[in-house]
Design a protein around this ligand. Structure first.
Ligand SMILES: Cc1ncc(COP(=O)(O)O)c(C=O)c1O
Length: 363
């Protein structure tokens, strides 16, 4: 089976075995050692020496935690969006009473750092800037380094959704000056859904002290205090931590730059293969993602039929999300994947395409 949606992603055998381990006391020394070790190893992949907190949640929990721990109702924030997940981030901030100034770009295009700079200059100051590093709904990777550079010229907090990038695509949290970076276990980490990760800079902790949005489960200060004792405020997803510990070992063995290079090779191979089949990429190729490829659906192709035929052949791909449904399909190439997997996906796609062509309309 080739599960190639942009998360959850396939699990290596060693990770699956870890999931079957007997439970341990989450208030005991074994757990303290586990969470300490996992947190330290994650910091390497986040490229940060900042605090890092694990939450029992999906990625959206990390987005919500970032907002409620740093902002107050009425705070003006700039929400840079290039798709569904950028819009979701803005929606969360709005739900908690932030005054959201949207800066949206056409789906398929990347955010323009110059446009971000103009907004910062003409409509600021903003308490925070929200940005998605890798927009999973369109297969676009924003130039976060350039965006961070312009944000860092201001006092705004830079809050980054790195859910489908951290650990798979280079994201230099500290070197680029990202205040909060968010990730989710079911993406490039080769682990099931259930854990979210948040890195928090000293500047973000200063904001935490002033933040007045309501928070309880997502209180990162409480989580940091618990972590100092090797615990979490509530019961954690212990099994996912077992799995993440093993997966991080695999990732360390491969090495971060090799992981990034493998993702790039698989993405390039996917893009080339899709174009060779006569299909067009949805994303502007200059900013195409190394973790997910979105493919345009031509008029003569029935996308649900295509996905069904592929599924019957053991290849599971994703459709479009929200307003993009019916306009594309997406291939996830993150986590446990290599070039031969890509070749299998492309071969299945090539066989499935003729079976998903709509019959020509006859008069
Ligand atoms: C970029 C991005 N942001 C946010 C999310 C939401 O994460 P979750 O579905 O784990 O809550 C996803 C999940 O696909 C994502 O890819």
């Amino acid at each position: 089976m080739q599960l190639r949606i942009p998360g959850p992603t396939p699990l290596p055998d060693a990770v699956r075995e870890a999931l079957g381990r007997q439970m341990i006391n989450h208030r005991g020394p074994e757990f303290a050692e586990l969470i300490g070790r996992v947190t330290a190893r994650l910091k390497t992949f986040f490229q940060t020496t900042n605090d890092l907190i694990l939450l029992t949640a999906s990625g959206t929990g990390a987005l919500e935690a970032a907002i409620v721990n740093t902002l107050s109702p009425g705070d003006r924030i700039l929400a840079v969006s290039v798709g569904v997940f950028g819009d979701r981030f803005a929606e969360i901030a709005r739900a908690y009473g932030a005054e959201v100034v949207p800066l949206s770009f056409t789906p398929g295009k990347a955010a323009d750092p110059e446009a971000v700079l103009r907004m910062l200059k003409t409509s600021g100051p903003f308490r925070a800037v929200l940005v998605t590093h890798n927009e999973t709904s369109t297969g676009v990777t924003n130039d976060l380094e350039a965006i961070a550079r312009v944000v860092r010229e201001t006092e705004s907090l830079l809050i980054v959704d790195g859910i489908s990038s951290v650990g798979s695509i280079d994201l230099k949290t500290d070197a680029w000056g990202c205040d909060l970076v968010l990730a989710g276990s079911q993406k490039g980490w080769m682990v099931p859904p259930g854990l979210a990760m948040v890195s928090i800079s000293p500047r973000a902790w200063d904001a935490y002290k002033l933040a007045r949005m309501p928070r309880f489960y997502w209180d990162l200060g409480k989580a940091r205090a618990s972590l100092e004792r090797g615990q979490t405020p509530a019961t954690p997803a212990v099994s996912i931590l077992f799995a993440l510990d093993v997966a991080l070992g695999l990732m360390e063995r491969e090495g971060m730059s090799n992981i990034f290079a493998r993702h790039h090779r698989c993405a390039e191979r996917t893009r080339r293969g899709v174009k060779d089949l006569g299909l067009d990429l949805f994303a502007d190729e200059a900013h195409a993602s190394d973790t997910v490829t979105a493919v345009k659906i031509p008029d003569d192709l029935d996308v649900s039929q295509l996905l069904q035929v592929l599924r019957s052949e053991g290849v599971v791909l994703a459709g479009g999300q929200g307003p993009l449904a019916g306009k594309m399909f997406r291939i996830g190439h993150l986590g446990w994947i290599n070039e031969s997997d890509v070749d299998e996906i492309l071969a299945a796609l090539s066989r499935a395409l003729p079976r998903a062509r709509r019959a020509p309309i006859t008069r």
